[in-house]
Design a protein around this ligand. Structure first.
Ligand SMILES: C[S@@+](CC[C@H](N)C(=O)[O-])C[C@H]1O[C@@H](n2cnc3c(N)ncnc32)[C@H](O)[C@@H]1O
Length: 263
């Protein structure tokens, strides 16, 4: 029998099963075991055949039930036992997903692996919320940043470079620090009237979006009690939501979006 053992680092996308790649979908059927994160939606897990083993290594914000080094050794152990392992991660495995840490560990331990990219929440959430990430005359670049930092430390980001009105900023893991992020960007010259959006459970049946301004997005999204995961997007492209978004009846949506506020 050919050696099937390998680890497939698979991007599950932001949640809508329709956004899985064909390769990801096929691997869900072929896997012996699925090792999955909290970000992987229930709808996607429902596609996994009933007999396939599943291991949850889900993490809550600020709490890591399964430490990363244990996940790494688990993957090696499963592969060495001859299993075909799908390591299923939310969005894209190589974007703020620790996929590359796992890949390095697998490589160092002589385990075959393959990376299957996924739709990152940046593209999934912006499309589903009704605006693009770039648009001629509104944004000529996009920057993906992490809003997460270790407790008791300040976010160490290039605030001056980020405070660029021609750039769309996508903030992953920004829930806890959105006030600090907005204050720093405004202090470095980004107008507080710059449009800002928070998208919760993007592309899923329970998606919600808040559209506000940089000066108010932290308070508006806190008042809306958005559920994790939440992605923040800042930039003039969000102006297009009133034209292209669900609220205006235009655009193509894969899920209805519950509007919380539209500036
Ligand atoms: C650890 S990062 C993983 C990012 C993932 N690898 C990706 O490419 O989207 C987790 C963050 O991604 C964002 N996120 C992922 N899926 C999301 C979704 N469906 N809706 C909103 N935000 C999402 C949130 O900011 C969340 O805190």
């Amino acid at each position: 029998m050919p050696d099937q053992s390998a680890v497939f680092l698979v991007g599950a996308g932001p949640g809508d099963p329709g956004l899985l790649t064909l390769r990801a979908r096929a691997l869900l059927d072929e896997a012996d075991v699925i090792v999955y994160d909290r970000l992987v939606s229930e709808e996607i897990m429902a596609l996994v055949p009933k007999g396939t083993a599943r291991i949850s290594v889900g993490k809550q914000p600020n709490c890591h039930p399964v430490p990363q080094d244990e996940i790494n050794t688990l993957l090696v152990r499963l592969a060495r036992a001859g299993r075909k392992v799908v390591r299923l991660k939310g969005g894209d495995p190589y974007l703020f997903g620790r996929g590359s840490e796992e890949a390095r560990y697998l490589h160092a331990n002589g385990v075959r692996f393959e990376v299957i990219p996924g739709v990152s929440s940046a593209s999934g959430c912006s499309a589903a919320a009704g605006f693009p990430l770039t648009h001629r005359g509104l944004a000529s670049s996009v920057r993906y940043i992490t809003g997460h930092c270790r407790e008791d430390t300040d976010l160490d980001l290039d605030w001056r470079g980020l405070a660029d009105p021609d750039t769309t900023l996508v903030v992953y893991m920004g829930m806890a620090n959105m006030t600090q992020i907005a204050v720093r960007l405004i202090a470095n010259g980004l107008p507080e009237t710059t449009p800002a959006a928070a998208i919760s459970n993007g592309t899923r049946h329970d998606q919600r979006r808040v559209i506000s301004t940089l000066g108010e997005i932290a308070d508006t999204s806190a008042a809306a009690q958005l559920e994790s995961p939440v992605l923040f997007i800042i930039g003039r492209v969000i102006e297009l939501a009133s034209e292209l978004g669900f609220a205006s009846g235009g655009g193509v949506f894969n899920v209805p979006t519950k509007e919380t506020s539209l500036a």
